[in-house]
Design a protein around this ligand. Structure first.
Ligand code: RTP
Ligand code: MG
Length: 139
């Protein structure tokens, strides 16, 4: 995958709360092109694998429970400097610390239920995109 791509999920809280359209609008307005997108639900095993880097953290069980409780929107996005610019667009992990106008400041509920995921490196963007999509689903 090219390094001008990132991977995102609109998390179960934001989908449940009806924020999917507003979040996609912000992503579009920020200049990201949709390479791949689908509505899906992660299994426990999916979430444990996807967030495996956090397996020793105290919030891991809660995170897996949360990420599997309902559908998500998974997407691969393309833009110059995609990973960094998308992390700026979503804001800090804790919505209480997220900058004004960021997706998490607007739509997240708590540090755990924080509306969106954004890859933290080009390498992880490629791994995470491939976790959810086959090459035939990327355009
Ligand atoms: P993400 O990977 O979802 O984009 O979030 P992030 O980089 O901003 O934060 P990270 O440290 O990677 O944490 C992954 C997700 O775990 C949940 N979390 N809960 N209860 C807590 O203290 C806590 N800390 C993190 C959040 O859902 C966070 O996005
Ligand atoms: Mg992260």
């Amino acid at each position: 995958m090219a390094t001008n791509r990132t991977f995102t999920m609109i998390k179960p809280d934001a989908v449940e709360n009806g924020h999917t359209g507003a979040i996609l609008e912000k992503i579009n307005a920020a200049g990201f092109r949709i390479v791949a997108m689908k509505k899906t639900q992660m299994t426990k095993r999916d979430a444990e694998t996807f967030y495996g880097v956090h397996s020793e953290r105290p919030f891991f069980g809660e995170l897996v429970e949360f990420m599997t409780r309902g559908p998500i929107i998974a997407a691969i996005l393309e833009k110059d400097n995609a990973v960094e610019d998308f992390r700026t667009l979503i804001g800090a992990t804790n919505p209480a610390e997220a900058a004004e106008g960021t997706i998490r400041q607007l739509y997240a509920t708590s540090i755990g239920e924080n509306a969106v995921h954004g890859s933290d490196s080009d390498e992880n963007a490629a791994i995470e995109g491939a976790f959810h999509f086959s090459g035939r689903e990327m355009f």
